[in-house]
Design a protein around this ligand. Structure first.
Ligand code: PPS
Length: 304
């Protein structure tokens, strides 16, 4: 049973927020934690492609770009299923009878494209052993925070964000699902030169989508015509994806994701954080950021 079929179970309008439990110090849902042995022992294949991100960094956008590349720009083929069924979210665990990411992945024929938000140290080791290709997408902390805050308001499958003021502190402390943004982006950054990882930035994708898609094409060893490339840029633009029910999560029942609270496809712009952070919050955030990111060569743009 797929996630969208939850509607037929008549769960009513109330959906309860998940319980949490840490996995090696990283906050996860209890369902993920209970299933951790299976997740850790997941068998990756050499021809798997993994899209890895911290939550709200541009995962869905990258998924749609990759799917369009793999289907040579055929929009109909990319409409074959919801984005969350096209690309199994490996650690995402739901109560039976719903399909968890592992079930979907294990049923899917190769070559598979998979999604994860796991920090690098929690990635199932078979991905390293099989040398599967990984695209990591990073987005600046402030826009990630704002996006995650609104997503947490509208999506009952993640934790209640509380007030904006509370959420800023929760995010800084890494007490959100999948843990600290700072550790996540640094961990994957440090891993990128030892493994088959293409490390991309949301801000670069927004600034020059064509250039960043070309990086993906090279990484996937794919050649496409200029015409198909332009079609991909158009089909994966924010405005077009926002209208695409197979990519915008609107097929889920409102008891899970309520787009009237905040749409999944919300702003799609770097720099929206300026509409939320007060001057004092921003100063505090920057000070804390310097400490947490000290010693890393990783830099971000918070606007373009
Ligand atoms: N095509 C395109 N172009 C630009 N931006 C886009 C696009 N598709 C999704 N988005 C924005 O990405 C944010 C959602 O991030 P994720 O897809 O990583 O979310 S999730 O973690 O998989 O739930 C969320 O960001 P915010 O708008 O800032 O909330 C989406 O709007």
């Amino acid at each position: 049973m797929s996630l969208e079929e939850i509607e037929h179970l008549h769960l009513g309008e109330k959906h309860i927020r998940p319980e949490t439990e840490e996995v090696n110090g990283v906050l996860m849902t209890k369902m993920i934690s209970d299933n951790w042995e299976k997740i850790w022992n997941f068998q990756a294949n050499p021809d798997d492609l993994l899209i890895a991100t911290y939550a709200k960094a541009g995962t869905t956008w990258t998924q749609e770009i990759v799917d369009m590349i793999q289907n040579d720009g055929n929009v109909q083929k990319c409409q074959r299923a919801n984005i969350f069924d096209r690309h199994p979210f490996i650690e995402w665990t739901l109560p039976p009878p719903f399909n968890s990411g592992l079930d979907l992945a294990n049923k899917m024929p190769s070559p598979r494209t998979l999604k994860t938000h796991l920090p690098v140290q929690l990635l199932p080791p078979s991905f390293w052993k099989e040398n599967s290709k990984i695209i990591y997408v990073a987005r600046n902390a402030k826009d990630c925070l704002v996006s995650y805050y609104h997503f947490s308001r509208m999506n009952k499958m993640v934790l209640d964000p509380g007030t904006w003021e509370e959420y800023v502190e929760t995010f800084k402390a890494g007490k959100v699902l999948w843990g600290s943004w700072y550790d996540h982006v640094k961990g994957w950054w440090d891993a990128k030169d030892q493994h088959h990882i293409l490390y991309l930035f949301y801000e670069d994708m927004k600034e020059d989508t064509k250039r960043e898609i070309q990086k993906i094409l090279k990484f996937l060893e794919k050649d496409i015509s200029e015409e198909v490339l332009n079609k991909i840029i158009y089909h994966t633009s924010f405005d077009v994806m926002k209208q695409n029910p197979m990519a915008n999560y609107t097929t889920l029942p409102t008891s899970i994701m309520d787009h009237s609270i905040s749409p999944f496809m919300r702003k799609g712009m770097p720099g929206d954080w300026k509409n939320y952070f007060t001057v004092a919050q921003n100063e505090e955030f920057d000070k804390d950021y310097q400490t947490k990111m000290a010693g890393s060569t990783l830099t971000f743009r918070t606007e373009i």
